[in-house]
Design a protein around this ligand. Structure first.
Ligand code: SF4
Ligand code: SF4
Length: 160
């Protein structure tokens, strides 16, 4: 899979404010991870925590307008939170075999973590892109786009 660099990206770091914790989309794999973590069956997890599950994806329930897993400002299932939560504020899109990470407009206006990242944008984008590729369990990414950056950086590090 190719990862397409988004040169308009903005370095980011999560301030754990909980603002974006509403009703994330959740995949079958996420539900399996969460039910294992909570030691309940897959079906029980769907029944207790999801608005719906269509066999591939679902939506987490809200309580008082916030995600049911949010306790205070903290995620109670942080270790196994859904992929979409792990890569926020990015939204992954697959187009013609390419992975593109974009920002949702809501984050541009509301996320206090934007412009706060320590990593250069290219490296940050690569980090999150790799996280998505690993999660999807797709074949080794082809060396293009950001993977070229990774290769170049490795070569630079060897020289120094
Ligand atoms: S709004 Fe931004 S800083 Fe706040 S929890 Fe969500 S991603 Fe993190
Ligand atoms: S699962 Fe955790 S990180 Fe994701 S929206 Fe709910 S509380 Fe926030």
């Amino acid at each position: 899979m190719k990862i397409k660099p988004d040169t308009k990206g903005i370095a980011w770091t999560c301030r754990m404010c909980g603002k974006c914790c509403d009703s994330p989309t959740i995949t079958k794999k996420d539900i399996a991870n969460i039910s294992g973590y909570l030691k309940i069956s897959f079906e029980e997890c769907v029944k207790r925590y999801l608005n719906y599950f269509d066999g591939l994806k679902g939506e987490v329930k809200e309580v008082n307008g916030k995600c049911i897993f949010l306790k205070g400002n903290k995620c109670s299932i942080y270790k196994v939170r859904p992929l979409i939560c792990k890569i926020r504020p990015y939204s992954p899109q697959l187009k013609n075999g390419e992975l593109i990470l974009t920002y949702d407009g809501w984050f541009l206006e509301n996320c206090p973590g934007l412009f706060m990242g320590d990593l250069p944008v290219e490296e940050e984008y690569l980090k999150y892109g790799i996280a998505v590729v690993k999660y999807l369990g797709v074949e080794e990414p082809t060396p293009n786009g950001l993977f070229e950056i990774q290769k170049r950086k490795k070569e630079e590090n060897k020289k120094n």
